[in-house]
Design a protein around this ligand. Structure first.
Ligand code: GLN
Length: 208
């Protein structure tokens, strides 16, 4: 086992959508979740969650709240991030069936198609197979489909053989709603990534 981590703070974008369950699940993991509505809320966060909701609305609200630039800067500097459903769309490098004016952060080298698993009333719960081992529940609500993954992207989970949980460096994307199932596996992936990132930063500073 590695050294104990300091108290971690994970920001959860809280402009719109399904953010509150993310805060609760982070609390069960002993991590402080912080609702992010304004740029000042990003101060000192160790990681970030972009929740499900409506990516077109979130894109507009990212501009009006002034959050777009500070988040883009943090992601560029390597802040670990988890994007679920609409959040996955916001992280994707390429989006199909998006609105012309919607913009994301492009840190995950995947192409996603919005609403490709059907409409709200075609929402479903299924089992996501994990590459590592076992399976977890997946609740899909107007979920995006990951239709292409870049060469550096790891597929961590699949539904009927298609990628639904992916990682590209410090960015994790998930087509379903992990905060609704009571299973904390996906959030743990983010916390583990934060741990690795903090260790790397500490190692690098010792080399100076
Ligand atoms: N279809 C939504 C979008 O395009 C995502 C749905 C969700 O987050 N549950 O943003």
């Amino acid at each position: 086992m590695g050294a104990a981590l300091p108290q971690l703070t994970v920001g959860v974008l809280a402009l719109q959508g399904a953010f509150s369950n993310h805060l609760s699940i982070l609390a069960t993991l002993g991590v402080e979740g912080r609702a992010v509505r304004l740029p000042v809320d990003l101060e000192g966060v160790d990681g970030l969650v972009l929740p499900g909701g409506e990516s077109t609305t979130m894109s507009m609200l990212l501009d009006s709240s002034g959050l777009r630039e500070p988040i883009a800067e943090l992601l560029e500097r390597g802040l670990p991030v988890l994007g679920t459903c609409a959040g996955l769309i916001l992280l994707s490098r390429r989006v199909r069936d998006g609105r012309a004016d919607q913009r994301g952060f492009g840190v995950l080298d995947v192409e996603t198609t919005r609403n490709a698993y059907g409409r709200q009333n075609e929402s479903f719960e299924s089992t996501v197979d994990l590459r590592a081992q076992g399976s977890i529940p997946g609740i899909f609500i107007r979920a995006p489909r990951i239709v292409e993954v870049g060469p550096g992207v790891e597929v961590l989970g699949t539904l009927h053989g298609e990628p639904v949980l992916v990682r590209d460096g410090v960015a994790i994307g998930c087509a379903f709603h992990p905060e609704l199932s009571g299973d904390a596996t996906v959030h743990r992936l983010l916390i583990d990534q934060i741990g690795r990132s903090l260790t790397t930063v500490a190692d690098a500073s010792q080399e100076d």
